[in-house]
Design a protein around this ligand. Structure first.
Ligand code: NI
Length: 385
């Protein structure tokens, strides 16, 4: 089954869809126009989309032959960012832009839907399409799973555009591909006093400064040099005037790790460090770590399946096995905790990085994304038979 030729033939249609999404970006959980557009297109293929969570669209393509169910996922949300590309099809919504390629993902998955629904007569099993809201915010994936989207699903696949790969190149990472995240807030309570009489108070700002520095030792001394983690303190607020000891300090940051064991160990170590430094300086600290997105950890069998599908489709020279994960996060990890699967990358050859107001992916990669989704799902159905 060669999907690439068929996808290239429908490239103008997929491109037009992508531009439609791009002109009308919507933030997480507000993807109403996007969801309506997705539903209308699926309905035109004689499919029966279902709306979940307000702005999620789930739709089964049932093959004529018996077989398993596999899922393909695209995210729908845009970012709070003013576009600066100056292109004719730039965002028409002030301050909102598809700067992470989710317009690309939605259009590519609709392309795959068309490729697969045109071949329902010879398809064994069911392909479930997951058009998911709110990837950038509060983990739309987690809520869509709680709503039952993976019921009966034996494997799940998804993709993200990657600007540093040439357009149409495919990258697959075995094992850990994206980091897990733990955002945190540290509140330090001291005692205000006159700046001339520090012995009468407890300086929360000084404790905060020591804590910022000491937290860097977590990665340097609590993580194996051959493993990776990063801890960033991104904001520090304390004090009201130059001659008053700060009675309170608030730090906010993010810990990124690979593997649940490392994640739990580093959260515990950081909490202990913060508490004891604050206490040693006559203050008290409260540390609040949020359990953010889990890492994206690809399953070996499904990663091999995507690699083979990509090589069949595009030739071996267009496919790269990636050897380094990214420290960024992606809520696709929730799906991979529930069922086996693989989250892969499609190159869109672009100088501007993701989340840049000048992000401008090469649309030549659109038919590749559509065809590879279709091919991966098709081969997964065969593999599960
Ligand atoms: Ni993204």
């Amino acid at each position: 089954m060669i999907f690439l030729e068929a996808a290239r033939a429908m490239a103008p249609w997929i491109t037009q869809l992508r531009r439609e999404f791009h002109r009308h970006p919507e933030l997480g959980n507000q993807e109403f126009h996007t969801a309506e557009t997705v539903e209308a297109i699926l309905a035109s293929m004689k499919l029966e989309p279902r709306r979940l969570l307000g702005t999620a669209v789930v739709c089964d393509i049932e093959g004529a032959l018996p077989g398993p169910t596999v899922a393909l996922r695209a995210d729908l949300d845009a970012l709070p960012l003013q576009e600066e590309t100056g292109l004719p099809d730039a965002s028409e919504i002030p301050g909102v832009m598809h700067a992470c390629g989710h317009d690309f993902h939605a259009a590519g998955l609709l392309g795959a839907a068309k490729l697969l629904s045109d071949r329902r007569d010879s398809m064994p099993g069911t392909v479930r399409l997951l058009f998911q809201p709110d990837e950038e915010g509060d983990g739309g994936a987690r809520r869509l799973i709680e709503a039952g989207c993976l019921a009966g699903v034996s494997a799940v696949f998804g993709a993200h555009v990657r600007p540093e790969l040439p357009a149409g190149q495919v990258g697959v990472k075995y094992g850990p591909a994206y980091a897990a995240s733990n955002p945190f807030v540290i509140r330090i309570k001291g005692q205000s006093a006159h700046g001339a009489e520090p012995q009468l108070g407890s300086d929360a700002l000084l404790a905060g400064a020591q804590i910022v520095t000491a937290l860097q030792s977590i990665v340097a001394r609590r993580v194996s040099p051959t493993d990776s983690a990063v801890l960033t303190v991104g904001s520090f607020h304390a004090g009201t005037a130059c001659n008053i000891l700060a009675g309170e300090a608030v730090l906010e940051g993010m810990l990124r790790t690979f593997g649940e064991e490392s994640r739990r160990r580093l959260v515990a170590a950081a909490t202990e460090l913060v508490t004891s430094i604050a206490r040693g300086l006559g203050c008290e600290a409260e540390t609040d770590f949020t359990w953010g997105y889990p890492g994206v950890v690809n399953h070996a069998r499904e990663a091999s399946l995507v690699l083979e599908a990509a090589r069949d489709l595009l030739g071996p020279e267009a496919v790269t096995v990636l050897d380094t994960p990214t420290m960024t996060t992606e809520d696709f990890g929730y799906y991979l905790q529930a069922v086996p699967g693989c989250f892969y990358h499609v190159g869109v050859g672009c100088d501007a990085p993701l989340h840049s107001p000048r992000f401008n992916p090469d649309e030549a990669a659109l038919p590749v994304l559509a065809a590879l989704h279709a091919q991966a799902a098709w081969e997964a159905l065969q593999a599960e038979l």
